[in-house]
Every structure is written in structure tokens, then in C-alpha cells.
Design a binder for this molecule. Structure first.
Ligand code: GDP
Length: 442
């Protein structure tokens, strides 16, 4: 059995758990940082020496000189966005020479964004025509970022209309593929209202070949690259985009994203088999947040929710839109730990909870009078779940200066222990502020 040399950092909730900070912390002791899912819809923010970096497609490891930062085959890549991000980082003095992109990763094309927008319009039209039965999605509910991520993954499954990053380096095959793809897309656009100009395959092919030239030096067979790194004794760090409850299979379907966001996506998204991953760190906030309209049993639309939002600065990084906030959901957390096989927790934003007299935690759901501690398989079913709370004593003191567990006030430590007990795994890392140093590792 080969030695397990890889670590994974995955979000256990609905995203924005602070994975960026964790990956940044752990990158110091790893040689290669790998993204395995999602696209430019993910994004982490990292604060280094007081300077904030927002990363979307580029793995956070790029902020450490000398590391390899790999965009794996499970990611869908918008070449314009990637090149813009690299240009922005280089302008701020970041060395991007360690950035590598998988030749198997799929390309997000302009027509994917058009398709995203047209499908959303169609959903809205269906709604006004009263197709609104139970279980039917409404416009806006899926929370698409309209960056073309869903349609790009759908094309990957369709195959005939898919373009991979490696194709951008092969003019002899790209033209034919783009022509076929445009045939499908233009037919689709005609069907969806016909308001959109047809895509000209020759123009698109020329644009893609130019992008291919610029991306060329970064494109590699990353499956062999990662296995060579493992064989050479290098340590790999996998960085999950989005989070477990948004996973296309294991999240609150259909209110999810279109990729495999949990640790289960690492194998298919990189070509590295699961037994090489020794440590799976599940990142979890000390409360819950969610963006978009999907179900969130513990949401607090009141002063408590408002307090969490203000103290946690829970506003979208690009849109500035307030995130939905609420108490910690231990039913969801236990489920996420189970599905990922998390070996430990990284509990973030504990500092945000200071100042509450009492803290509620959801320990079970009530569905029509029946109590359960199981997370339902369907997002619409989750809507019917009423949270059952246990109330713990709060802590008044600010804790951003704590560097050891012993520095935490008694009730804060008690809160952490309660979470660990419910999750069945230890909080190996406790984060008490956005900065690298505001961390307890014990
Ligand atoms: P990600 O998508 O999971 O990486 O999450 P984000 O990048 O959106 O991170 C959430 C935000 O919380 C960022 O602005 C971080 O700097 C910040 N952050 C991370 N950990 C903590 C923490 O323990 N306390 C506080 N107050 N902020 C944190």
C-alpha cells in the first residue's frame, strides 16, 4: 500500500467556511496545492500580512513561492477569467510560474454563460405560466452565478458539445469540435426565445486558439504530474471549491452546484486515488450561512442572525449581497463529516459568536411531529424540517487573541467540545480571526 501523503481541505456546510485561510495555513507544509472541482464560481479570500487576495480559479497555494498550484481535470476553466486572475496576481508581485492546468479540464465558453441566462429566463417564464407545482424549481432558486459553470459540466456529460483545455492546443481537432458544439448551441438558443445572435464557429475557434497560445505553457497532463510528485515523496494538498451541502450528489439537491465538492470528488477530479489521502480536514463555521434561496433549517431572520452577519462580515465577496445566517446545524454537520470521511474539523469564525448570552445549536429535526437526526436526501424535504435546539451558555469575552485552547473562556471551550462530541471528530484547528496568526492548532 503506497504511503498516504495527501491532505484535503473541504467545506462541510454551504460554502464561505474560511477554506482559503486553512489552505493558506496548510500550504506551508505541502509542496503541491490542487483544485479538483468547480470553476470561477468558487473563490476564496486569504489575508497575508494584512493584504487581502481573492482567488477564484487559481489555487490558494500560489501565494507561497516555489509551490506547484494545480488546476485539476475536475475543474471547469474559463480561460479569460484564468488569464485575468493571473495578470492581477502578477501585478501584485505574486509569482505564478508554478501554476499548472490540466489538459483534461473542460472549458467554460461564452455560450455557456448565455445558456445559463436563457435557462433562468425560461424558468421565470414557466413560473408566470403557473408551472409551480411542489418540487419544481423557481427562477432564482438554484442560485446560479451565471458564469456558465452548470452548462459546461452538462456539456462534459453530453461529450459531443464539449471542449477540453488540451483541445486549445490542437488546431486540427478544435475547429471541428467547435463547429459541432455551435450547431447544438445555436439550435438551443433558437429554441429558447431566439433572441440571441448565433455563435460563429470560425470566430470562436480563432479566439480559442489565441487563448490556447497564452495558456500553453501552463497546460499539462496533471494526472501523471500528480503521481510523479507523489512518487518523489512530495506532499499534496487538495483544495475543495464550494462545499459538501452544495455537492451535486450529496448536497441539498436541486439547490446545489454542478460539481462534486466533497472529498469524494478528489479521485475523479484529479486522478489521485482515495487511499493516498491521509487526512481530510472538514472546515465548519461556528454557525451557518447560505447564499441563494435553498433550504436552511436554522436560518435566523432576526436580531441574532443580524448580529452574526455583522460580526462575521457575511456579505458576498463579489456581489456584496447579505448572506443568510443562522445557528449551527449539527444534523447537517454530522452528515457532512460522515460523507467526507473527515478525520478532523477546522472550526472557523468562533470569534463571531462572542457576546451572545445564549447560543442555540440544532441537534435534531422535527418533521410533522417525528423527530430525526438524519439529513434528508432532497432539498425540498429539508424545507419541511423544523430544527430542534439545545441551548448552551454564551461567552461574553472577545477571543481573537486566543492562541491555545486554554486561552478560551470556559463557555467557548464548552461550545467547541459540544460540537466535537456531536461531529465525532476533534477540532484540530480553531480559527478566531481572519489572520494566519489568529489560529489555535492543538
Ligand atoms: P471560503 O470560500 O471557504 O474560502 O471562505 P471565504 O474566502 O469566503 O472566507 C470567509 C471570510 O472569513 C474571509 O474574508 C476570511 O478572511 C474570513 N475568516 C476566515 N476565518 C475567520 C475567522 O476565524 N474569524 C473571522 N472573523 N473571519 C474569518
Amino acid at each position: 500500500m503506497p504511503e498516504a501523503r495527501a491532505t484535503a481541505v473541504v467545506g462541510l456546510q454551504w460554502g464561505d467556511e474560511g477554506k482559503g485561510k486553512l489552505v493558506d495555513l496548510l500550504a506551508a507544509e505541502h509542496d503541491v496545492v490542487v483544485r479538483y472541482n468547480g470553476g470561477a464560481n468558487a473563490g476564496h479570500s486569504v489575508v497575508v500580512n494584512g493584504e487581502r487576495f481573492a482567488l477564484h480559479l487559481v489555487p490558494c497555494g500560489i501565494l507561497y513561492p516555489g509551490k506547484l498550484a494545480v488546476v485539476g481535470n475536475g475543474v471547469v476553466v474559463d480561460p479569460d477569467k484564468l488569464l485575468d486572475e493571473v495578470t492581477g496576481l502578477v501585478a501584485r508581485g505574486v509569482d505564478c510560474s508554478g501554476l499548472v492546468v490540466s489538459d483534461r479540464a473542460h472549458v467554460v465558453l461564452p455560450y455557456h454563460k448565455t445558456e445559463d441566462a436563457l435557462r433562468e429566463d425560461e424558468l421565470r417564464a414557466a413560473q408566470s405560466a403557473a408551472h409551480t407545482g411542489e418540487g419544481v424549481l423557481r427562477a432564482g432558486e438554484i442560485g446560479t452565478t451565471k458564469r456558465g459553470i452548470g452548462p459546461a459540466y452538462a456539456d462534459k456529460a453530453y461529450r459531443a458539445s464539449a471542449i477540453r483545455i488540451g483541445d486549445l492546443l490542437r488546431p486540427e481537432v478544435l475547429g471541428g469540435k467547435v463547429e459541432l458544439a455551435c450547431l447544438f448551441k445555436n439550435a438551443l438558443f433558437r429554441g429558447l426565445g431566439g433572441r440571441h445572435e448565433p455563435v460563429d464557429p470560425r470566430v470562436l475557434t480563432a479566439q480559442l486558439l489565441t487563448l490556447g497560445e497564452r495558456l500553453g505553457p501552463m497546460i499539462r497532463d496533471t494526472v501523471y504530474l500528480l503521481h510523479e510528485q507523489l512518487a518523489a515523496g512530495k506532499r499534496l494538498l487538495f483544495e475543495g471549491g464550494n462545499a459538501t451541502l452544495l455537492d451535486v450528489d450529496h448536497g441539498t439537491y436541486p439547490f446545489v452546484t454542478s460539481s462534486a465538492c466533497s472529498a469524494l470528488g478528489i479521485g475523479s477530479g484529479t486522478g489521485v486515488p482515495p487511499q493516498r489521502i491521509g487526512k481530510i480536514l472538514g472546515v465548519c463555521k461556528a454557525y451557518c450561512t447560505r447564499v441563494g434561496a435553498g433550504p436552511m433549517p436554522t436560518e435566523q431572520v432576526n436580531a441574532a442572525g443580524e448580529r452574526i452577519r455583522e460580526r462575521g462580515r457575511e456579505y458576498g465577496t463579489t456581489t456584496g449581497r447579505p448572506r443568510r445566517t443562522g445557528w449551527l446545524d449539527l444534523v447537517a454537520l454530522r452528515y457532512a463529516v460522515m460523507v467526507n470521511g473527515a478525520t478532523g474539523l477546522a472550526l472557523t469564525m468562533l470569534d463571531v459568536m462572542a457576546g451572545f448570552d445564549e447560543i442555540n445549536v440544532c441537534t435534531a429535526y422535527d418533521i410533522g411531529g417525528e423527530r430525526t437526526d438524519r439529513f434528508p436526501p432532497d432539498g425540498h424535504m429539508l424545507r419541511a424540517c423544523e430544527p430542534v435546539y439545545e441551548t448552551l451558555a454564551g461567552f461574553g469575552e472577545e477571543i481573537t487573541g486566543a492562541r491555545r485552547r486554554a486561552d478560551l473562556p470556559r463557555n467557548a471551550a464548552r461550545y467547541v467540545e459540544f460540537i466535537e462530541e456531536a461531529a465525532g471528530v476533534r477540532a484540530e484547528i480553531i480559527s478566531v480571526g481572519p489572520d494566519r496568526v489568529q489560529t489555535i492548532v492543538e
